[in-house]
Ligand binder design. Sequence first.
Ligand code: AMP
Ligand code: ZN
Length: 457
Amino acid sequence: MPPLRIYNTLTRTKETFAPLVPGKVGMYVCGPTVYDYFHVGNARTFTVFDMVVRWLRASGYAVTYVRNVTDVDDKIMDRARANGETIEALTARMIGALEEDCARLGLVKPDREPRATRNIDAMLDLIAMLEKKGLAYRASNGDVFYSVRDFPGYGKLSRRNLDELRAGERVAVDDAKRDPLDFALWKAAKPGEPAWPSAFGAGRPGWHIECSAMSCRELGVPFDIHGGGWDLQFPHHENEIAQSEGALDRPYVGCWMHSAFLNMAHEKMSKSLGNFHTTREVLDSLDGVQGGEQLRYFLLHGHYRSPLSYGRDSLDDAGNTLRGFYATLREVPPEAAALDWTQPHAARFRDAMDDDFDTPAAFAVMHELRGEVNRSRSGELSGVLRALGATIGLLQADPAAFMQGAVTLDVAALVEERIAARKAREFARADRIRRQLEAAGVALEDKPDGTTEWRRK
Ligand code: AMP
Ligand code: ZN
């Protein structure tokens, strides 16, 4: 097994990855709250962990990949009420859409997708254990809270100090809590809200206990990798550690991985800021044949721990780059052969990926290899290129179909649209159309009289 190194948020260092059971990996990723379509920021996190799963599998590990679905939450209740539909109808609709969008993005299906509402018993068991250990208490308002001050390791993931956290706590201290940092494990039933019977009275779970209970049930504790977006480090993952380690008295997770944000103009893309594009809206706007792979290439072209800026131009660039790869695969048909990791490009690609999933470096090797294929016209090297792409879910489409996808553009209409854009002095739009046409193999020539001539290259 090659030495894979992964940056562990818990230790703030790159560590040699050593799963608990040699050759096997258990991985849990925090999934979506299903009240709306997911946006391309969420898609970044899902795509990053999809790349991780694929690379682990390509490296020979048997991976059990779990991504949960949060289907009980305030946002879901509010949205269902606003839409005038039941919670079940809303979440069923959104889970259907989630599956469609993930398939269009080319994401592997997680081995298990536990839903919170189907694991309430596991959550209640965990809460009962915490209560027995003095780590949970019933408050006067009927809620059950986690007692943060009674768990000595609290803050170790996010490296926060409890006193600083308390001082920074701006929300009015909830009378029911003993400490402002305590968080709800179980929320007492309120009229009109979904509720389950329990020893603590009818109610519903808090968000954090869901992931502790479902990861423990699906993978057992400890397990190897826990992933999520950067924002989940605190409080969500810190609370997961407090719950799981507090209840079970053993370490929870070997390696914590967090993927950086997809930003819009330097701000995190998020539903609450309103600066988001849904994944389906973006995919709808792209060429169907290549849209999923184009978005995937864009989302993976930066390192997963560096913020990435969303922009239509970068997305277009990703499409052009992919077309370049596919043009090579069409020109020089790849020979099918098992990937030989001692081949120099393959070895360098693997080194890059084994260095904390350095996709930018791995893509650079693919670019070099593509140049090499173009020069040598070697079907064997072309086969290496395609096989390397396969390890991270790229370059598996039929090259001719991929290239033709872009050529089905209505060229005449786009040329007219570009002329109109230039007249309106919308030069960014005009440039984008020119790049789109050029990428599809159309050459443009602007005439002094303001007209444009075009021909196929
Ligand atoms: P949510 O549905 O908001 O709970 O988010 C689902 C997952 O997407 C979590 O792992 C989040 O951390 C992640 N996420 C949310 N917004 C972004 C963003 N702008 N960039 C990257 N990941 C994000
Ligand atoms: Zn979670």
